[in-house]
Ligand binder design. Structure first.
Ligand code: NI
Length: 183
């Protein structure tokens, strides 16, 4: 297993529609293992494959609350929302690809999701609460949609501007070029 670098917004790979997984094989399971390790390390409650540069329809989640609950890892291959409630829920969302930014997003309060598990078995689960928010957020990633796409254009531009600056600072810190060499 390996922790993989998480892509940061803005990045064209985060705007792509991802391809379905045709065959669940060893490579798929390695991808899932790496995604769990990367998500827990971050730490986060969900991660989609495109966030580590794999443009395929795979997501992982664990919405268990810290030390209060047992870990509840769920991996989904080719997930699809097959039903959503009329009633909506507002939840403050964040994203590992848009660190330090949090905003309220309104989504259906409950959804049913059909998917394949890591062994290729067809499953369907009912989600509500945090899991409903999380699974919709992650499936959005597979369609090149970020939570900031639900915000107004002004807010979105402000966040994107801050992210560009943060990415520059991180890149500079990595190459040791954070200090100006000329006055
Ligand atoms: Ni996200």
């Amino acid at each position: 297993m390996a922790i993989r670098p998480i892509l940061l917004h803005p990045d064209p790979r985060l705007k792509k529609r991802c391809e379905p997984v045709e065959t669940i094989d060893g490579d798929t399971r390695i991808l899932i293992d790496d995604m769990f390790e990367t998500m827990y390390d971050a730490p986060g409650i969900g991660l989609a494959a495109p966030q580590i540069g794999a443009l395929v329809r795979v997501i992982v989640m664990d919405c268990a609350k810290g030390d209060e609950e047992e870990p509840a890892p769920i991996a989904m291959v080719n997930p699809e929302v097959v039903w959503e409630s009329d009633d909506l829920n507002v939840h403050e969302e964040g994203c590992l690809s848009i660190p330090e930014e949090y905003n309220d997003v309104e989504r259906p309060a409950q959804v049913r999701v059909a998917y394949l598990d890591a062994d290729g078995a067809a499953r369907e689960i009912a989600c509500d609460g945090l899991l409903a928010t999380c699974v919709q957020h992650e499936i959005d990633h597979l369609n090149g949609r970020l939570f900031i796409d639900y915000l107004g254009p002004m807010k979105r531009q402000m966040i994107t501007g801050r992210m560009k600056k943060r990415k520059k600072e991180r890149a500079a810190a990595k190459t040791g070029a954070s200090r100006p060499t000329r006055a």
